[in-house]
Design a protein around this ligand. Sequence first.
Ligand SMILES: C[S@@+](CC[C@H](N)C(=O)[O-])C[C@H]1O[C@@H](n2cnc3c(N)ncnc32)[C@H](O)[C@@H]1O
Length: 207
Amino acid sequence: MGDAPLKENLAAGLIRLSGWTGTTPLVDPLCGSGTLLIEAASLAAGHAPGLNRSFALEGWADFDDDLWREEKERARTRQEQGQFQPMIIGCEQDPSIAKQARNNAEAAGLSHLISIQTGDFRDLQLPEGPGTIVCNPPYGLRIGADQDLEALYGDLGAMVKTQASGWDFWLLSGNAGVTGALRMRASRRIPINNGGLDCRWLHYQVR
Ligand SMILES: C[S@@+](CC[C@H](N)C(=O)[O-])C[C@H]1O[C@@H](n2cnc3c(N)ncnc32)[C@H](O)[C@@H]1O
């Protein structure tokens, strides 16, 4: 696992809130173990959440086994046909976390959709857009204050403004004090509870 990975259901919700439909590129420049990328790829591939696990409702007295099997079959067919083949790119500076992200994509059966680059987001070249950037940068709360967060957010804002004109930019913020360093004005601020931390899913329309 990377530093402070997001819960899968939270990441899936964040991707849905972003309005990304799988038809344009999606990039996470600080992807950690790749949770946002995997949930995005899963959405694009038409994966039904929990398809390969059992549910408590299967033990209910009025459970309809035939109907359940039919629905699972339909979900599997939809998954096999796939829906979209978007470009989904992650960048992670820590080689061992980047490797973990690749392993996680592989384990989810989505490595054909996700490409993880090892390196600093400052060297990342965005694909031709417009597209969507999603990210969950370090906040300095859980991870420790040993990083120059203001410089990191400042450089992230600069990268977005120079490369991502016309893109949507979503950032999960747990530290309102550092998001100002982006030097961008959010058009939406959605309150999010991230494992007990009061966060905001911030949307920026990049001009
Ligand atoms: C909060 S974690 C992201 C967690 C991720 N959303 C997940 O669920 O696994 C932030 C990540 O940003 C990475 N990072 C920090 N500075 C970076 C930089 N300059 N370029 C690329 N990645 C960076 C860290 O190594 C860390 O894995």
